[in-house]
Design a protein around this ligand. Sequence first.
Ligand code: CO
Length: 133
Amino acid sequence: MKKINHIGVAVYSLDDSVEIFKKILNINPSKKETVESEGVETIFFNLGESKIELISSLSKENAISKYLSKKSEGIHHICIEVDNIESEIKRIISNGIRVLNEKPKIGADKKKICFLHPKDTCGVLIELSQEIS
Ligand code: CO
């Protein structure tokens, strides 16, 4: 476990929220990225060692869309950067924590990712991510 890579924020509109976060952070974000596998669009603000990821949904049938209709906008997940995601997933499972995908997926920002089960993590959705070298 290395550091917090980013905090994911679920938003209704990527364009509207980008304008708001530009006013707050006084920096320009990365390019918009579509993550087909998740049916979402994301944009990152690089903030020193970590980032803020804004996520909006492209369909009604995915986790972000369900989150937005249940809880409205807000902090959706915390992403922790790791060196070896496969071995961290094994270690975490052996400690009795469930994961949502045992095999890492390819996520936004060209990373291998895995989400831990929020029922096993005090209600905090945790994403593990490893840079693809
Ligand atoms: Co994320």
